[in-house]
Every structure is written in C-alpha cells, then in structure tokens.
Write a protein that binds this ligand. Sequence first.
Ligand SMILES: O=P(O)(O)OC[C@H]1O[C@H](O)[C@H](O)[C@@H](O)[C@@H]1O
Length: 552
Amino acid sequence: MTTSVHSDITTRLEWLNLQAHFPDVATGHLRGYFDGDPARGGDLTVTAGDLFIDYSLNRIDRRTLRLLTELASAVGIEEYRDRMLDGAPVNTTENRAVLHTALRLPPEMELLVDGRSVVPDVHRVLGRMGDFTDRLRNGQWRGATGQRITTVVNIGIGGSDLGPRMACQALRNFTHPDIRVKFVSNVDPADLLGTLDGIDPATTLFIVASKTFTTIETLTNATAARSWITAQLGDQAVPQHFVAVSTNAVEVAKFGIDPTNMFEFWDWVGGRYSISSAIGLPVMVAIGREAFGEFLSGMHTIDRHFAEAPLEANAPVILGLLGFWYSNFFGAETRAVLPYANDLARFPAYLQQLAMESNGKAVQTNGEPVDTSTSAIWWGEPGTNGQHAFYQLLHQGTRLVPTDFIGFAEPAEDLLTIDGDGSMHDILISNLLAQRRVLAFGRTSDEITAHGVPTDLVPHKVMPGNRPSTTILAPKLTPNTLGQMIALYEHQVFTEGALTNINSFDQWGVELGKEQALQLHSVVSGRTSAAGLDSSTASIVEWYQSTRPDKS
Ligand SMILES: O=P(O)(O)OC[C@H]1O[C@H](O)[C@H](O)[C@@H](O)[C@@H]1O
C-alpha cells in the first residue's frame, strides 16, 4: 500500500514555521487585526463560482495563510488532488478510485478508470434516471391500479439518505407540486410507520437506495414496505411500486426488484459522496431532470475551481487549511455550521457524515498513528433558531468553536415585517451579520461601563470576542448553488484529510458495531443464549427480555 501524501508532517520545516508563528496569532485579537489592517475585510475573501466567502473573521494574519499553503504544498496536496481527480486508487485500504467528481463531468469529457471511460456510463445512467423521472412527473408511470404516483418514499440510510433528504428540503421551492418525496432511514419501526401513515399504497412508489444492498436497516425497511404494498395490491404490484439504486445488481434482483428498474452507480463513488450519483434520484424526481443537471453543473463549477485555482485562492483549500489550523494549533474540538436559511436545516447533518465519517480517523495511510488532530466534531442548526438556544456558549463559553455562517442574498420567498416597512429576509441577514460581528469583536468592560452598567455586573456582560467565523454567501439557494456548496465542503474535507495523511474514503470504524448488532439480535430475540457476553450487556439483555411485553 502506498502512502497518499506524506508522513511526519510535524517534523517538516513548514510545520515548524507555523509553530513559531502561532504565539503571535494566539495573543492577537480580531479587533487589533482590523484596526491595524483596515483593508482586511475586503481582502480576506475568495470567490468560487457564485460563492463569495469572507474569511477575514478568522484567527489568522496575512502571514498565516501563506504559511499554511506552504505546508499544504510541501506535503504534495496538489499532486494528491490531481491523482484523485484522474482516477488513481487513492482509497488505498479498499484499492478504489475516488471519483465523485466524474459524476459531474460534461458528456464530452473523458476519464479513464481501468482503461475504460466512465463518462458515457455516467450519462447513460443519468439518461435513464431522467426518463424515469419524466414518466413519473408527467403521469405516464402508473401504479398497479392504474393511478398516478403522488408519493415517492426513499428508503436508505447514511449516504443513501442524508444527501437526498437534505437537498429535497433545501430545494423545496423547486419541487413538483403533485409529487411529495419522503424519506425513511431508521430501523426503528416508528420511522416507516410514521411515514406511511395516511398515504395510499396505490399512489406510492419506493426507491430502495443502498450502495451495497446489504445494509440491514434499509433491507428491513424495504421488506416491510414491500409487504405493505403487496398486502393491498398483490405480489404482481412490486415492479410498478419499487425501484432500486445500487452498485449491487445481484442483491437487487434477489430482493425481487426488476433489474430494468435499477439505477446503478459504481464502487468508485463513496456513500457520503454519492448525492451526484443515482443516489440523487429522489432529488431529480422532486426538482426534475433539467434542475438536477443544474445541480450537477454547480458541483462541476467548484470541482474545476478546486482543480485549477492556486492554493492561496482556492476556496475549499483555504477552508480546509483553516479547519486544520483550528484543530491542530488552537485545539478546537468542534466546528459549527449555521445556515441562515431554514431550508438548509439538514445541511449540518449531511456535513456530519461527510466530514466525520471521512476524517474521524487516527491512523495514517501507512498504518502509523497520526501525529496531528483529525476531524473536528461538526454540528449546527439554522439561524436564527440557534441564537436562542446555544449561541450563549459560542459567545461567552470557555471553548473555541470556529463557525461557518451561510447566507443568501435573495430568498425563495419573502414577507413583509410586522410594521410592513421591511423584509423578513433582511431581518434574517441582519442577524447573521450581527452574530459574526459580535463573535469577532465582542464588547469590552470599558464599553460596558460607559453604558452605565453597575460594576458588579460588568464581568458578566463582557463579550470577549476573538471567536472565529467564516461566511459563505450565494445569490440564492438554487439547485446550482446548492451543488456548489456541497462540492465546496467535499473538497474542504479532502484538504483536511490530505493534511492529516489519512484515507478519507474508507469507514472501517462502522463495521464492528454492525457485526455485533447482528450477533446481539440473535441473543435479544432469544434464539441464542447470553452466555459469554460481558456482564453489563448480559444484564441489559435480561432486563429488556423481562421488561418488554410478550411479542406474541
Ligand atoms: O448505501 P449503503 O450501502 O446502504 O450504506 C449506507 C451507509 O452505511 C454504512 O454503514 C456507511 O457507514 C455509510 O458510509 C453508508 O452511507
């Protein structure tokens, strides 16, 4: 197995330079930076496609970014990026190429994997998805009773759920008026039952989405959904009510879904990077094939920027370098993403899988333990809701939480304010601006005292500021700009993974839990004994079995 980029980053001269530089920055304050460098605000920005990114409110000075890019360059990040984009097997533990970017290539481009151009395959499947989508949306595709399909339920989990679910919500204003798209992921029966409650099997179609088609949650839910359909419509109804998205045609056929109703993708598409593959089918159904094309083209715009822009003007690289900086020099444990767009409510959850399943690792590509910190814990909620819940900690707590604010110039819809004098969207954006400003600049005890606040209250009201944030802006939340934002974060995650020299594209850490769940299912259901289990697990199994009502 070859190493992806480098090893022993902490022994490099470029790392030592950053270490020597860090104390200057650690003792600096964003107030001081802005006072001493009035042009900083407009200068520390980068444009990528339609995205305008302001990173001036970060704990860096102009030298920091140069030193960080020198480090990135020294470890060969550009070569590693190019190898990924060219289809080299950079997922070394699975010996696979990592080519989600190929899913967004225009048809006239060529990219060879094992001597075969993958672009025609990508467009063949996109064409099939488009034809299916058209038939569903124009009512040609009928259910077993001859009725139009009005509800599409995607059954999938992880990468086969989070992306399409997030995107369908984000693009609410672009969706077909007569088709609702729903999602079931959890093996908790409450999820499936809650989703099916009140919907009619005769007008419902299921997309069973699973890269491997062996994921227990998805197959269990799909089997229950099939029973729900056949109980009311008969066995012969399955072909009209089930389609599959997978890389595993054999398992799809075993499940009973007609291979002609399967939309394929390939092992060089990682689950958490799969929204631009056939896994995006529910999004295409919701917004239509042309708009889905716009979504892919937004991603491609950022892919090209990532491939071509010099490191110091490369938006995802800059964001990745900042993440690395906070994790490794400031010791930041978490990272917040706060979209000032209610429709992006699931974006932080989507990014959690993207970032944490990719980079939540402690072993370098050569099998040695990492000598750096890897992924932060990503979390977030839409503004302004979070302001009334957890922002207190962001402003005055003891932890440093680098934050991404996301905002749009034009809302999908707007309403007047209560006094009829302004726009609700203007209030939303004013809040975004206020929060990033207060986080950065705070309020000093002198300023508070000047407002006549009693002395004993002053320390409680001090806002320390110097809390970093990055602001990502786009003209409007559309399929195209959503695609741009997704690709921005994908490549940012790549950058952090490359710097820490881990394989961002495998996920061995999720396997053991799956394996043990299968074994424990047999114990929990009473088919095998609890003998040999640790005493804590055995006692909970005993409690569960004696406490749950008789299943029969
Ligand atoms: O699409 P599937 O094969 O069903 O996999 C669904 C998910 O499950 C796995 O446990 C992985 O951790 C995820 O990366 C994957 O997205």
